[in-house]
Design a protein around this ligand. Sequence first.
Ligand SMILES: [Zn+2]
Length: 91
Amino acid sequence: MILRLLVTIVIIYLLYRVIKGLLPSLMSKQKLSNPPSDIIEDLIEDPYCHAYVPKSNAYSETINGRKIFFCSRKCCEQYKNKLKNNDTGED
Ligand SMILES: [Zn+2]
């Protein structure tokens, strides 16, 4: 009888350990799926006006095969004009 009781206690203890072990991993999985909003977003530097803007708010355009981010479309146009002016046709 004592042995059966011990086995039951061990099983309950193991179940308790498994549940305790699973809970933190489930909670961390939830955290990963909804990242907190206070996480600092990737900032990119506008190559024209040198302002720093979050990547998600940035205006991006592929220039000469490179994806470049700007704070606004206006800066992108100005930057492209600047590139054109710098390019004296040596290419
Ligand atoms: Zn800008």
